[in-house]
Ligand binder design. Sequence first.
Ligand code: FES
Length: 163
Amino acid sequence: MLVINTIKNSARITLRNNWLRNSLANFNAAPTNFTRTFSLGLALRQQQPDLVSVIFVRANGERIKASGKVGDSLLDVVVNNNVDLDGFGACEGTLTCSTCHLIFKTADYERLPDKPGDEELDMLDLAYDLTDTSRLGCQITLSKDLDGLEVHVPASINDARAA
Ligand code: FES
């Protein structure tokens, strides 16, 4: 009887050792899988060289990172990244609301490719917290030169259609 119990215990220990060995093998394989996933993500980013990063800074200082493609407007960036800016872009870029009002740093404002047209200036006049470097986000088109752009979101918005 003692011999039979010894053989049973030995078999259990062997099974446990095999389970432990397999578990360790799986554990050791995990970082390899992670590295592959990370590399794939990096490769996808490298295949999208036209992505332009934009940072939206709320009035309370919160920074929201987003990105868009060359040719997108800043309104597109907000919509496509689900940036939570209450009421932003209410007229969907038809230049009738001024809710997409954004404030640029002076250097960024001066390097924007286009100056505001009369329609945009008229709509900006209705925006709250207007500054010398204010623009309407729906009128700003992303170019690669604007990568890393930082724009400030005013504390309050005015939907000119409600007036
Ligand atoms: S989205 Fe309405 S003016 Fe820009």
